[in-house]
Design a protein around this ligand. Structure first.
Ligand SMILES: Nc1ncnc2c1ncn2[C@@H]1O[C@H](COP(=O)(O)OP(=O)(O)O)[C@@H](O)[C@H]1O
Ligand SMILES: [Mg+2]
Length: 255
């Protein structure tokens, strides 16, 4: 049967060098337009999962299916055209203006310059950085939060159906982070991408995703809506909820 899922990992096993087995039969389905967050400790295999989805790594066993096709059958270039990637440290090119940074992928795809200019203006507006003010700035003339917005704009520039976000807002102060969480929800409501966010921060996962999975021991220990996960008694899940409980953040969990 044709799969309607955007992304499926089926019984995926991955071994990485000295780390040994990182994923041990992980199964996960992300629907089209859905936002799923995966939470796990450092070294749990979060970045490994994103690299499997965009074809930078292949599974030792099991399969990773994007848009109905195994990543081993995708042309790597075609696969990555379908995927926007947002990294924790953004990785903007320091010698390129904001506009040039955002236009990197459309330029690689050899879009017409006028189409690139129009698209750059649109995505900058979408992330709250109007072109008139920000297009010609250098990355070092922006705050951390503004750089992160540019990273999101860049990932969205070629309008890929899938967005992968690796600890996207982890390096920001809590106030700026909360602001970007709200912005992300607004943007995602408008663009409806299939989104996978990986983070060590349960608060971030709850703020951004409609389903949250806990990664432990190379498998998904539990995946559920935030309100349901917050009530979990699973010993692999509870410790990751502790920081939220301490902050009192689970009083009245989001519906
Ligand atoms: N390039 C690599 N070569 C060998 N082992 C790696 C490599 N990258 C990551 N690992 C190991 O794989 C495990 C999972 O890494 P990663 O997916 O980056 O974890 P996370 O993103 O959850 O912190 C870790 O033990 C890490 O040390
Ligand atoms: Mg990582």
């Amino acid at each position: 049967m044709e799969s309607s899922a955007a992304i499926e990992l089926r019984d995926v096993h991955v071994t990485r060098g000295a780390a040994g087995a990182v994923l041990r039969g992980l199964t996960l389905t992300i629907g089209r337009g859905e936002t799923v967050a995966l939470v796990g400790r450092s070294g749990a295999g979060k970045s490994t999962i994103l690299k499997l989805i965009n074809g930078l790594l292949t599974a030792d066993r099991g399969s990773v299916i994007v848009d109905g096709r195994d990543t081993r059958q995708w042309d790597p270039y075609e696969l990555r055209r379908r995927i926007g990637y947002v990294l924790q440290d953004v990785g903007l090119f320091p010698h390129l203006s904001v506009a040039s940074n955002v236009g990197v992928v459309p330029r690689l795809l050899a879009w017409e310059p006028s189409r690139i200019a129009a698209r750059v203006e649109d995505v900058l507006r979408l992330v709250g950085l109007p072109s008139e003010t920000y297009a010609w700035r250098w990355p070092d003339e922006l705050s951390g939060g503004q750089r992160q917005r540019v990273g999101v704009a860049r990932a969205l520039a070629a309008d890929p159906p899938i967005l992968l976000m690796d600890e996207p807002f982890g390096a920001l102060d809590p106030v700026t982070r909360a602001e970007l969480h709200r912005e992300f929800r607004r943007i995602q409501a408008a663009v409806r991408k299939s989104v996978v966010i990986v983070t060590h921060d349960m608060g971030e996962a709850f703020a951004l995703a409609s389903r949250v999975g806990v990664l432990d021991g190379g498998v998904i220990a539990q995946i559920a809506a935030p309100a349901e996960l917050a009530r979990s008694t699973d010993p692999r899940v509870r410790p990751l909820l502790e920081p939220l409980l301490e902050a009192g953040a689970l009083v009245g969990p989001r519906a």
